[in-house]
Design a binder for this molecule. Structure first.
Ligand code: SF4
Length: 78
């Protein structure tokens, strides 16, 4: 199971994720969703799975972790 995150470049602020799983997603003052700190590993909970499936922008993603449970390196272009 990977670590949940919301791709801010895709999120359009429908708040559908928050409506379905408010224990995992929060909406910022601009209306965009974020994963609540400490809830990054809740991706196997039924509400959260439903929220992932219902995001119209496919903005809720899971970051792969390696076998040791470490965060995989993210490619940076900067
Ligand atoms: S449902 Fe998807 S697009 Fe809408 S606020 Fe949540 S993450 Fe963003």
């Amino acid at each position: 199971m990977g670590e949940l995150w919301v791709d801010g470049g895709r999120c359009q602020g429908h708040a559908r994720c928050w409506a379905l799983a408010p224990e995992t997603f929060e909406i910022d003052e601009e209306g965009y969703a974020h994963v609540i700190p400490g809830r990054e590993n809740s991706g196997d909970e039924p509400n959260v799975r439903k929220a992932i499936r219902n995001c119209p922008e496919r903005a809720i993603l899971e970051r792969e972790t390696d076998d040791a449970g470490e965060k995989a390196e993210e490619v940076s272009t900067s």
